[in-house]
Design a protein around this ligand. Sequence first.
Ligand SMILES: *[C@@H]1O[C@H](CO)[C@@H](O)[C@H](O)[C@H]1NC(C)=O
Ligand SMILES: *[C@@H]1O[C@H](CO)[C@@H](O)[C@H](O)[C@H]1NC(C)=O
Ligand SMILES: *[C@@H]1O[C@H](CO)[C@@H](O)[C@H](O)[C@H]1NC(C)=O
Ligand SMILES: *[C@@H]1O[C@H](CO)[C@@H](O)[C@H](O)[C@H]1NC(C)=O
Length: 348
Amino acid sequence: MWLLTALLLWVPVGGQVEDSTKAVITLQPPWVNVFREENVALWCEGPHLPGNNSVHWLLNGTTLQTSTPRHSIVAASFSDSGEYMCQTGLSAQSDPVQLEIHAAWLLLQPSSRVLTEGEPLTLRCHGWKNKLVYNVVFYQNGKPIKFSYRDSELTLLKTNMNHSSIYHCSGKGKPPYIFTSTGVAVTVKELFPAPVLSSSLSSPLWEEKLVTLSCKTKLLLQRPGVQLYFSFYMGNMMLRGRNTSSEYQILTARKEDSGSYWCEAATEDGNVLKRSRVLELQVYGPQSPISVGFHILFYLPMGLIFLVDTVLCVRIYKELPRKTKWNLEMSLASDHGEEETSDNLKGI
Ligand SMILES: *[C@@H]1O[C@H](CO)[C@@H](O)[C@H](O)[C@H]1NC(C)=O
Ligand SMILES: *[C@@H]1O[C@H](CO)[C@@H](O)[C@H](O)[C@H]1NC(C)=O
Ligand SMILES: *[C@@H]1O[C@H](CO)[C@@H](O)[C@H](O)[C@H]1NC(C)=O
Ligand SMILES: *[C@@H]1O[C@H](CO)[C@@H](O)[C@H](O)[C@H]1NC(C)=O
């Protein structure tokens, strides 16, 4: 009933009307493959016309006789195998549910063949005619993942894409029999990719700027009522907890705001939670009076030294020819006595 209410309450946005009101098929018991002669019921849930809860059932695209929300299969036969779909008065056609009828000693029964990450998955290793099976081993892509002496069910509470695999099981019946089921493919679809954290200003940046961090991802599947929540972190510190806003603002960035930022996107129940990669942010301090003073203290003497050097060089260069001349005159005058030499010196 809650599902029906949720479907009715969910107001579609952006013209995704069909997706929002899809009917949903559930199986009771939940297994998508069963043995011949077992019983299984299919339920169709979706919004109805007032006073008319008739349901349109399809098997392999052909209309079935049933028009009630429940389609019961008693003592299943191979002809009950196929792709089931249903539609209620105000819903769009449901996603197909593939039901298979088998005859074997051992059957691996998944609770769904196609699911969305975060949803639970139950696998059952079921013996023909409910015969007791022990020493059960579950395999994922050929690798054993669970051993159990008696219990023949394995539940994965939160699936992720790594659970998309072929599963099978083996078990012992009456000695000396060892049975192995055939493999069943299970697909887990991605709900949203890991978010990407970006900054409105590229690093490094100067202090006192407004910086907006955006945690971006997008829902890949239409799921009624799915809302993502975002959290922001710097190193080990949480800057802001769960919020529907995918943006975080640093109003006036300071040097202390330099660090490793990352964000997390999660569904409301937290069953799907993904982290972004780290974004390094470097904030430079302003040019404080101290640093200006340091610059002056350092560059002023350096400039003076340079200036003095230049002036000296020019003067020495200019004086060089005159000094050479004077030296020549000095050597010439040495024959004429001291007075002339002093006259020459005054002339410089
Ligand atoms: C439906 O199709 C499946 C194969 O896609 C087939 O095995 C099954 O017999 C069909 N069922 C009916 C009732 O036609
Ligand atoms: C109920 O709705 C179905 C279509 O969804 C229609 O075929 C059927 O005649 C309706 N029954 C009554 C009693 O109105
Ligand atoms: C899936 O497997 C890969 C590689 O084995 C691993 O790096 C990744 O973290 C796994 N993903 C999840 C959601 O566990
Ligand atoms: C989410 O953030 C906005 C603004 O950043 C704030 O007004 C709102 O109260 C927050 N919601 C929750 C649930 O913390």
